[in-house]
Design a protein around this ligand. Structure first.
Ligand SMILES: CC(C)(COP(=O)(O)OP(=O)(O)OC[C@H]1O[C@@H](n2cnc3c(N)ncnc32)[C@H](O)[C@@H]1OP(=O)(O)O)[C@@H](O)C(=O)NCCC(=O)NCCS
Length: 206
């Protein structure tokens, strides 16, 4: 089996939509318009290509994204800087082989160069213990529970502090910035920038 973790490209979007929408109710559905929004705006959006076929994806946003998810807005109200994982989804036949772990190692490597924390949520209704374990054993801990407006489902809001960020901050960010290394440049996505505005809480996208 060959595995490549890479930045998303436009040709991947149909496969991503199919994987996402085969994962109800664990993941909120997406339509192409909303997926295109993520494609254009997410600072971190990667796919796992398994034997040349998209087998999973992960989407992350910074705290300044113009995003209407009430869970994202909750984090923005409580923390100054973070990478928010909107979703991570592995195709059903590929689950349990470590791809989720590979994605989380990758998003952590991306985030710890910029922010002190990664954030996400898991549904507690219905509760999926594989998903709860997946996060808990990677070092996430619960910072709150809430009900999502719109679908009334209880979610657990999770955070993981990134202890290596302090080193990056003191050694590089405070001293003029990260070094210009190819692997750091490759991790960057070109995406549309959001205006720095404060959003009212929007209706939940269900
Ligand atoms: C959650 C998800 C991303 C995990 O990806 P994965 O590739 O299946 O997970 P991994 O194989 O990397 O497993 C990592 C750890 O998660 C836990 N885990 C994963 N599947 C599990 C299962 N079926 N039962 C129990 N624990 C499980 C284990 O702790 C595992 O560690 P281990 O292999 O050392 O025991 C995947 O199951 C998925 O896409 N689920 C549907 C979408 C979803 O709910 N996403 C999360 C919210 S956005």
């Amino acid at each position: 089996m060959s595995l490549k973790i890479r930045n998303v490209c436009e040709n991947d979007l149909d496969a991503i939509l199919a994987i996402n929408n085969a994962t109800s109710p664990g993941i909120l559905p997406l339509d192409s318009k909303r997926l295109c929004w993520f494609f254009e705006r997410a600072v971190y959006f990667r796919v796992a290509e398994v034997d040349g076929i998209v087998g999973g994806f992960i989407i992350g946003l910074r705290e300044n994204a113009y995003h209407d998810s009430s869970n994202f807005l909750w984090f923005r109200d409580h923390y100054p800087a973070f990478v928010y994982i909107d979703r991570v989804v592995i195709a059903p036949t590929l689950r349990g082989h470590g791809l989720g772990r590979v994605f989380y190692a990758d998003v952590q490597s991306y985030a710890e160069l910029q922010v002190p924390m990664v954030a996400c949520e898991v549904f507690l209704e219905p509760r999926n213990d594989a998903v709860v374990l997946f996060h808990g054993t990677f070092g996430f801990h619960e910072v709150a529970q809430r009900r999502m407006p719109g679908n009334n489902r209880r979610v657990s809001l999770l955070a993981k502090e990134l202890c290596s960020f302090q080193f990056v901050h003191d050694t590089y960010l405070e001293q003029g910035g990260l070094p210009r290394l190819a692997w750091l440049e490759n991790a960057k996505r070109t995406c549309r920038q959001d205006p720095p505005v404060s959003l009212p809480q929007a209706a939940e996208h269900v």
